[in-house]
Design a binder for this molecule. Structure first.
Ligand code: ADP
Ligand code: MG
Length: 604
């Protein structure tokens, strides 16, 4: 007997369910889309235990006819397409007729619904493995879908879900992204009984973003409204310095479908160019509208990926749209070119005489450029001078070394008996502070700075909640963080090492990095990572000018650290160059070396 067999229907539906339902957030996404397709103007989402225990979505849409109730749970049952042509030009979110079928294959479903056409509503209960049962009920027009006990019947899938907190956050992100695009639709999101998002219908686009991202970001937004040919880009970009330490606030959608696309992110980032510091990412919400036929929403079962047929053209349009939005595309460009030619000027300045340079084209911008070039040049040529011999000597690496100075506001030069040490000032200081704070944390005696006035940071509701969730752990390293209601948090104490550099922007970036660490880790690893990012933020920066006294302090402290040769992220913190190697490189050989050379080659 052969081995190939046709799979039983229930197995087939389980397998295909896996393509659509990856986790609770994919259920929420599908159900929100169904409500939107039903013309709802208000969508209420409530989840419990990361959506694993329950997801309840209510809308005020068209409702489902009694006779359609049992059918809508079957695979490939849809009210949205009829003919082959419909597939070419899909304007609804759903069309495959798979979502409800897939959900009912992996969870219990209860649907309460009422249409305008029928007098009484319907209640459909579909328990896993049982035939669905439809009875009468009454409610206002619309539909409520309740999904409970996800993957109860498939322990293997349940095991692969993330923690409740992570699953809740994924769901919240789905709701936020959808709500950002559709300010005309009301969204409410409750997590374990707490209202996290509450956006009324018919908000203005900027009010919607303010409700979701907080007023501080909203205040910095510039409207994007751009079209080129058939491509139209609309939405918002935040003006620097408002930015994020990751891409979590780069929202994109195509034809009001949320998407993520590396190319689009890069396009926006390149439009900001040098106006954002390295490691900082734009905050934006941009919707791209273009001909439906140029977009293929059919690529991925969860419709998460949308294929744009002409991505180059779209990316260019996005970049141009953002530049224009700053209302000063030329200014932005000028900053870029200024920076580029500044770099060139610095390279050539040593071969040109200063008087020649000052006769350069008299355009104001160019003059400014030269002035700043000269300024930079002076700093480079005149490293902090060594103030008195004693001051410059430090015990380091088992001997006395001599601080020569700082170059490029970035490296510390030290003469050792062996040769030369080039120390990365940030990496070295970060190592010092990391070991210091780590010891304080392990011994539970963190030096804390009480702030006279707490910092109030405005985050997204999701970020605020995530930070408050780990407030206990943050407290153990010196941060006192409390929820300040809604999406604001208050920080009233800081680890002392951070105190001297703390500013609102600094703390926002730090919060982003903390959020980036994620929560999959054990508490100990999480704590260690927190200590690392705190040390990183507290340490002197590249670009900061240091005097000999400050250098001495760093080197003296570095001498006491356990792993002085690397920063806490593993990057080398210094480069050692032996004098012999310098000698060899310039063709200078000492008498001893010449003797060794002669002996080895038996030269008399
Ligand atoms: P699809 O959305 O691809 O059509 P689904 O499995 O998601 O497939 O839904 C099946 C059908 O159930 C839909 O075509 C629609 O007719 C009906 N339906 C589902 N959810 C709702 C809702 N919230 N309001 C009205 N009708 C709904
Ligand atoms: Mg659907």
């Amino acid at each position: 007997m052969g081995k190939v067999r046709i799979l039983a229907e229930d197995l087939v539906s389980l397998i295909s369910a896996g393509e659509v339902i990856e986790n609770p957030s994919s259920i929420v996404k599908e159900l929100i889309e169904n409500s939107l397709d039903a013309g709802a103007t208000m969508i209420d989402i409530a989840i419990n235990e990361g959506g694993i225990h329950s997801i309840v979505i209510s809308d005020n849409g068209s409702g489902i006819l009694r006779e359609d109730c049992p059918i809508c749970l079957l695979r490939h049952s849809t009210s949205k397409i009829n003919t082959k042509e419909d597939i070419e030009e899909i304007s609804t979110y759903g069309f495959r007729g798979e979502a409800l079928a897939s959900i009912s294959a992996v969870a219990d479903i209860k649907i309460t619904t009422q249409t305008e056409e029928e007098e009484t509503g319907s209640l459909l209960i579909a328990r896993f493995g049982e035939a669905p049962n439809v009875t009468e009920t009454s409610r206002a027009k619309g539909t409520t879908i309740e999904v409970t006990d996800l993957f109860k019947n498939i322990p293997a899938r349940r095991k692969h879900l993330a923690s409740e907190r992570v699953e809740s956050q994924r769901i919240q992100e789905v709701v936020m992204k959808q709500a950002a695009i559709l300010p005309e639709i009301g969204f409410r999101f409750q997590r374990d009984g707490n209202t996290i998002i509450d956006c009324p219908p018919n908000q203005s686009a900027s009010d919607r973003i303010a409700s979701l991202w907080g007023i501080d970001i909203a205040k910095s937004l510039v409207i994007v409204d751009y079209s080129s040919g058939n491509i139209k880009i609309s939405g918002f970009v935040a003006t620097p310095p408002v930015s994020r330490g990751n891409r979590s606030r780069e929202y994109f959608s195509i034809l009001k479908r949320p998407i993520t696309d590396e190319r689009l992110s890069q396009a926006v980032e390149s439009a900001y160019s040098t106006t954002l510091m390295k490691g900082q990412y734009p905050v934006c919400a941009l919707d791209i509208s273009m001909e439906l036929s140029k977009v293929d929403v059919n690529v991925h079962p969860t419709k998460r990926e949308v294929r744009i047929l002409d991505i180059d053209k779209v990316s260019d349009a996005v970049k141009e749209a953002v530049r224009k939005a700053f209302g000063k595309s030329d200014d932005v460009l000028e900053t870029v070119t200024l920076q580029a030619s500044l770099d060139e000027t610095i390279e050539t300045i040593s071969v040109e005489s200063i008087s020649e340079l000052s006769q350069a084209p008299s355009k104001q911008a160019h003059q400014k450029q030269i002035e700043s070039a000269l300024l930079v040049e002076q700093t480079i040529l005149a490293p902090s001078s060594v103030e008195g011999k004693e001051d410059s000597e430090v015990d380091f690496l088992g001997g006395v070394v001599k601080i020569i100075g700082q170059i490029h506001n970035l490296y510390i030069l030290i003469e050792t008996e062996e040769g030369l040490l080039i120390v990365d000032q940030h990496a070295a200081h970060e190592r010092v502070l990391y070991e210091q704070l780590r010891t304080e944390v392990t011994q539970d005696r963190v030096a804390v700075e009480e702030l006279l006035e707490p910092f109030i940071l405005s985050l997204s509701p999701k970020d605020a909640e995530q930070i408050v969730d780990v407030a206990d752990i943050l407290e153990s390293i010196g941060f006192t963080i409390t929820s300040f209601g809604g999406n604001e948090i208050s920080i009233s104490t800081l680890p002392e090492i951070l105190g001297r550099v703390a500013s609102e922007t600094e703390l926002l970036t730090l919060v982003d990095r903390i959020l980036d660490i994620g929560s999959k880790e054990s508490v100990d690893t999480f704590k260690d990572d927190l200590v690392k990012v705190t040390a990183c933020h507290s340490a002197v920066r590249a670009g900061q000018s240091l005097n000999t006294e400050e250098i001495r302090e760093i080197i003296t402290e570095l001498a006491t650290t356990k792993s002085k040769f690397n920063c806490c992220h593993g990057r080398p913190s210094m480069l050692r160059i032996r004098k012999e190697d310098i000698d060899r490189s310039v063709g200078r050989m000492g008498a001893a070396a010449i003797a060794r050379y002669k002996a080895r080659h038996r030269i008399e």
